[in-house]
Design a protein around this ligand. Structure first.
Ligand code: SF4
Length: 230
């Protein structure tokens, strides 16, 4: 198997762009993380809701949450049972409601009262990731999504599609845990490609490299994949 280098990852990215289309983080998530101080918190809460559930149910739960409560303070102060009911469609309502309220309390403690994650922007990537993952229930994927999507920091979020495709391409070792997959891709993927490669690997995982019955007849896999199952 050809060894993966940053240069080869750049080639993979370019070939995925040819197969799909270019990806622009700023177009999808905005260029200025300070433009709306609450947007980072909203991204964090939505990402907590998205843990282990399909996108459609994440959207329904987020709509329900932000329609029911006017402010983050209202969410933090909500009765647990009411909050669970509000986000139930996202699954794991007990765990996720507790995570949401813990996250809001941690943010308020850190800022002295404001519900804003703007302070993360001034931190190093490792410190910002460490701050987020110190919140019980916030793992490397949730932290990476917030830091990468909202703040443009070079943290590559590894969801189920990214993990599966990365293992089949040999970007990540087969036995890697999700946490180790974050570390391995974090070391390998050039900073400026963390967001587009995340999006493109998800697209490839949904289009060709599905969990069952992957369709291996595509130009990117012809060039890069040596996985044994195809
Ligand atoms: S060759 Fe097949 S199994 Fe390997 S990455 Fe491509 S689609 Fe997935």
């Amino acid at each position: 198997m050809t060894e993966w280098t940053q240069s080869r990852v750049r080639d993979l990215h370019d070939d995925l762009v040819t197969l799909y289309e270019p990806v622009d983080r700023e177009e999808a998530h905005g260029a200025d993380p300070d433009a709306n101080p609450g947007a980072g918190v909203r991204q964090l809460l939505t990402t907590i809701l998205s843990q282990n559930v399909a996108d459609q149910n994440t959207r329904r739960a987020a709509d329900s949450l932000f329609e029911r409560y006017d402010t983050f303070a209202d969410i933090e102060a909500a009765e647990q049972a009411e909050l669970e009911e509000t986000i139930r469609v996202a699954g794991l309502p007990t765990q996720k409601s507790a995570r949401i309220q813990r996250a809001l309390a941690a943010i308020r403690d850190e800022t002295g009262g404001a519900y804003s994650l703007a302070f993360l922007d001034a931190m190093s990537t490792d410190d910002a990731k460490g701050w987020l993952t110190d919140i019980k229930g916030v793992g490397p994927k949730t932290a990476s999504v917030v830091l990468n999507f909202h703040f443009g920091k070079p943290t590559m979020a590894v969801d189920t599609h990214v993990e599966r495709v990365s293992k089949r391409f040999g970007l990540v070792s087969d036995s890697a845990t999700n946490e180790h997959a974050h570390d391995q891709l974090g070391n390998l993927v050039p900073d400026e490609l963390t967001y587009p490669l995340h999006v493109l690997l998800i697209r490839h995982g949904r289009t060709y490299c599905t969990a069952r019955n992957p369709d291996c007849d595509n130009p990117v896999c012809d060039a890069y994949c040596t996985c044994s199952g195809c």
